[in-house]
Design a protein around this ligand. Structure first.
Ligand code: UD1
Ligand code: UDP
Length: 454
């Protein structure tokens, strides 16, 4: 099986899956790094700290614009898939590396398996929203981290029997690495006194880092929050943009803000563990905050991880300085809010995601059986038909239950001519102009055809 990683969070989240799969006898793993992230502190450090084998191959993709980077992953990964002929290709997350890998495997008719599927921000200005939507729908099998993610896929017509609710592997990583944080000297190195109010902040999303007004908003908020010690490990994108916007020098004048290089995993986890509040636009850091029961202020206008907000772990504060400041202070000072967070369940799972993923893959070990099988239309899997009730159609006036009895097809949805979905029950009659979506066994199609024809 080919396992693909490309960026910091993919390496971290794939590590326990690699470990769980490598315990299965007779399974050969081929680990490919696309090279999207390449600095030691964005890549190598995680292999050594998380005990992950060195990649068998690095494609050296590096940085580039959205189109170029994705196209190069597709091109280079295509060559690897063709040469290595894996039974399946496995990726985690929503980066350009994941999209390029999903496309390469699918084009070469090798089953693509996606971990961390079904997340949706409904914001198409994010490259990740495009990547995850395409990757999920190309996948022969999706591992959804939360019930919401599971139901998002269902809602989009992805067949439920191809979705496994696994939890997020980040929880497995945090649990495994928790005991190692004792080794970290990061607090001492930074001169942070435990017990004094501390905030960790990370920012790297294109929609923040590349926009001057948003970075300015975040910097203004940090300036005001001077009752806190603030540690900011800078992602290379953010470092470059802050410098270009002239904000780096301003930040350096703030005594309560420490700008540091990106941290290795053990140090970062140690820093989070000592933090009273976390401010971030990162996906993984949101999940880690919930896992460690730390309040999380989301420096974005939306999140594909709404569980954080719904359960009360944090708030979406955007990049507006006053909303960031008031959010941080609310979660820092309101005792009741903090106490509530301590009692919340972790929406991202219980640390068994990678074990479950490995077990599911082991059970269907003949991964080639996933090949060529369109999840929607081939025999055995759901077969959908949609038709309009019109003209002399015999379905006109029939109730939903009569229709089901005659055709053997299940009615999934009824829409009015404008496309709005209509509520229905077994006694609802099918009316002229309505569009009906049905699902059933293709062998019953002739019965259906007789009713839906004019
Ligand atoms: C990428 C992912 C994002 C993920 C993030 C994890 C996409 C579209 N984005 O964003 O979903 O959350 O990784 O961190 O795939 N750079 C370096 N050294 C490195 C890597 C990057 O200096 O090792 C700099 C380069 O200037 C590069 C910039 O960072 O142009 C952005 O890197 P890139 O991988 O394109 O996007 P990320 O912002 O890291
Ligand atoms: N992380 C780290 N060092 C840092 C910042 C983040 O090890 O200095 C880890 C963090 O613990 C999380 C992951 O990187 O597991 C998140 O990566 P990132 O924020 O780059 O990407 P995202 O999760 O948003 O895709």
């Amino acid at each position: 099986m080919l396992l693909s990683v490309g960026t910091r969070p993919e390496i971290i989240k794939m590590a326990p899956v690699y470990e769980a799969l490598s315990r299965i006898k007779g399974v050969e793993l081929f680990l490919v790094h696309t090279g999207q992230h390449y600095d030691w502190e964005m890549s190598d450090v995680f292999f050594s700290e998380l005990g992950l084998d060195e990649p068998d191959l690095n494609l050296g993709i590096g940085s580039g614009d959205q189109v170029d980077q994705t196209a190069r992953v597709l091109h280079e990964m295509g060559k690897v898939v063709e040469n290595y002929e894996p039974d399946a290709v496995l990726s985690v997350g929503d980066t350009n590396s994941v999209l390029g890998t999903a496309l390469a495997a699918s084009k070469l008719e090798v089953p693509f398996i996606h971990i961390e599927s079904g997340l949706r921000s409904y914001d198409f200005t994010m490259p990740e929203e495009i990547n995850r939507r395409v990757a999920d729908h190309l996948a022969s099998l999706n591992f959804a981290p939360t019930p919401r993610a599971f139901s998002n896929l269902n809602e989009e017509g992805y067949p439920p029997e191809r979705i496994v609710l696994s939890g997020n592997t980040i929880v497995d990583v945090v649990e495994k690495m928790w005991s190692t944080i004792r080794r970290s000297n990061i607090l001492k190195e930074l001169g942070v006194v435990e017990g004094e109010p501390l905030m960790t902040i990370t920012v790297h999303r294109k929609e923040n880092a590349d926009k001057e007004y948003r970075m300015l908003g975040i910097v203004k908020a940090l300036r005001e929050l001077d009752e806190l010690t603030i540690v900011w490990p800078l992602h290379p994108r953010t470092y470059k943009r802050l410098k270009a916007f002239g904000l780096l020098s301003e930040l350096r004048t703030l005594e309560h803000v420490m700008l540091i290089e990106p941290l290795g995993y053990i140090d970062f986890l140690r820093l989070l563990s000592a933090s009273d509040v976390v401010a971030t636009d990162s996906g993984g850091v949101q999940e880690e905050s919930a896992t460690l029961k730390k309040p999380c202020i989301i420096l974005r206008d939306n999140t594909e991880r709404p569980e954080i907000v719904e359960l009360g772990f944090g708030e979406v504060a955007g990049a507006n300085p006053s909303s960031i400041v008031s959010s941080v202070r609310r979660f820092l000072y309101e005792e009741e809010v903090r106490r509530r967070i301590e009692g919340l369940p972790n929406p991202f799972g219980n640390g068994t995601a990678s074990k479950m993923i490995a077990e599911v893959l082991w059970r269907i070990w003949d991964l080639r059986s996933l090949r060529h099988e369109s999840p929607h239309f081939k025999g055995g899997s759901p077969h959908y038909v949609a038709f309009k009730v019109e003209g002399r159609s015999k379905s006109r006036g029939m109730t939903v239950s009569q229709f089901i009895e005659v055709t053997g097809y299940e009615v999934i949805a009824i829409y009015d001519p404008s496309g709005s979905s209509l509520p229905f029950s077994p006694s609802t009659p099918l009316m002229d102009g309505e569009i009906v979506r049905v699902r059933g066994d293709p062998s019953n199609y002739p019965k259906l055809a007789k009713l839906i024809g004019g």
